[in-house]
Design a protein around this ligand. Sequence first.
Ligand code: ADP
Ligand code: MG
Length: 587
Amino acid sequence: MIAAAPIRRLSQVVADAIAAGEVIERPASVLKELVENALDADASRIDIVIEGGGLVRIVVADDGTGIAADDLGLAVERHATSKIAVARDIAGVRTLGFRGEALASIAAVSELHLTTRSRGSTGGASLHVRNGEVLSRAAAASGPGTRVEVCELFAASPARLRFLRSVATEGSAAVRVAADLAITHPGVAFTCTNDGRMVLRTAGGTLREALRAVIGTRADRDLLDIHAPGPIAVGGAISSPHAHRASRSGLVLIVNNRLVHNRALLAAVDESYRGLIPGGRHGYGVVTVEVSGEAVDVNVHPAKREVRFSDERAVFSAVQRACWATLRAAPALGADGHVPSGFADVMLEVRDGDLDVLGRPATRLPLQSGSLRAPLVVTAGDTVTTADPSQTLQAMEALGQAGSGFLVATAGDTVVLVDPHAAHEKVLYSDLLERWRRPTPDAAGAQLLLMPVVVECGPDTASRVAAEHDFFSRCGFTIEQFGPGAVRCTAVPMSAADADPEVLVGELLEGLDQRDAGTEERRHRLAALVACHAAVRFGDRLDVAAQQRLLDQLMATPGGTTCPHGRPSVLILDDTVLRRAFRRPPR
Ligand code: ADP
Ligand code: MG
C-alpha cells in the first residue's frame, strides 16, 4: 500500500521549469484537479458532489493515502508538491499532478475545507482557507483519506465569474470531467451527484464496465474492443460503423492513463472511419495509448490537457492502424446475433414503443437456395440472425418506392425494405473489387470523358496515382500523371458516368492521400468511394423495371445486406414480426 509522501517546496529553478499558467478557469477545472489529486493518492473510491454548477459547492472525497498533518499547510502553498523533487523528475512523470499549484490556486479563489487522515496515522487534521488566507488548522476526526470541499468558488473574483456560462452548463462540464476521469481510471469506483441527483456511478472494474456505466448499455453494445499491443500499445473501444454521432465530443483519448486532447490523434481516429460513416459524423468511445514515459511530454500545457510525443507520426499511424483494423474486423451487421442500435430504434417505432417485444427468442425466415448470402433478418426478438450462407432469400419482387425513397418488395411471405442507394453502392462496390481481382484487365466498363479532368494535387499524390495505375484502369479509370504535380483523368467507370468527374477524382486523390493506409485498405476505400458516387442517390425515383433490376443485382451480390460503409441496405420483416406488430396471433 502506498503511504502519504512528504510534501516539499519546489526550488525556484524547478518551479520555473514547469509550464506555468492559470489552471483554475471554471468549476470543471477545480473538479479535475481535485479528482486527479485523489487518483494520485492511490484512491480506490472517489465520491463527488457538485452543487450550483460547482460554484456553490464541489466536494471530492477519497480513500487514498491522505496528507500527513504536518504537511497540511504546505499542501495549499504554491509550488509545494510530494510528486517531484528535481526538474528531471518532470520527464516521465507518472502522477497526474506534479506542479504543486492546484490546491493553492483553488484556495486562493474560494472557501476551502480540507479534512484528511494519512494512512497509518490514528488522527486526522483539517484546514480552512478563505481566498488564500489560512483561517484555521486543527486536529480533526476523519476516516482514512482526504475530503476537499470548495465553496463559493470565484465569489470574490467577479472578473472570473463574467467568463463563466450558465450554472447548468458549468455543472454539466464538471460532470463531464468526472465521467471522463471515471473512464480513464476504470479501476476506481466513482460516484457523482449534481444538485442532489446521482449522475455517475462506476463500480471499479474494467474499462468496458466503466464505459457502460457512463455511456449507457445501449451505446456500449455498439462498441468494438481495440486490441493492438506493441511499443505503442493501442486499446479501448470505439463505436462500430453503423453507430455514429454528430459531434466529436464522444471520443475520449487516454495517453498513459492521462486524459488528453490531441488533435492529431482525434484526426487519426476520424480518418479510420473515413468511407465507413457519412461525412461530418464521428465515432465515439475511448482510445487508449500506452507509450514509454520518455516518448511523451506532459509538461506542455498548464492544465496538462495536452501532451507532445517525441514521434507523433508513429503514434498517429499506430492509432489509425489499430482503429482501422478494429472497424474492418467488425462483424457484418447482425452476424453476431445482436441488433445494432439503429435497428432497435426501427423496431421500437414499428411496434409503437412496445419494448416488451424485444428480447423474445428469434425466429427464422424461410429460405431457399440462391445467392444472396447472409441476409439480415430482423425478427420479433432482440436479435438479428444471419441465415446459413448456403441458404438464401426467395426472389424479391419490387412493389414500388415508399417514404423518402425506400424500395418496398416482397419475398415469399416476407416484406423487404431496401435502401436503394446503400444497395446500389454495395452492388457497384463488389463489382469494382471483383474487376480488380480478375486475371486480365477489362476496359469495357469505361466511359471516356468528353472533357478530361485535370487536378493539381502535388507531386506526392501524383506519384501515388501512378503506383495505383493498374487498380484504377481495372476499375475503368484512365488517370495518369500530368506534369510533376497534377493528374489527368480521361475515362471513368461506366457505372460512374453520371457522377461529376471532377468531384470524383478529387475525392479519389484524397483517398490516396490517407497516411499509412495499407494497399487493401486503400483499395477498399477507393472502391467504396467510386460506388458511392456512381450509385443512385437516396431520394431518386426509379421506375419499377429499375427497382427490379437493382433487387436482382442485390440478390447476386455477396453480403448485399450492408452497404460498403457498413450501413444496412436491407430490412427484412418476416411474417412473425408483422403479425406481432399488428397484434395477430402467430401462425
Ligand atoms: P500537485 O498535485 O501538483 O502536487 P496540488 O496543489 O494539487 O499539487 O497538491 C499539493 C499536494 O497536496 C500534493 O502533492 C499532495 O501531496 C497533496 N494532496 C493534495 N490532494 C491530495 C489528496 N486528495 N490525497 C492526498 N494528498 C493530496
Ligand atoms: Mg494536483
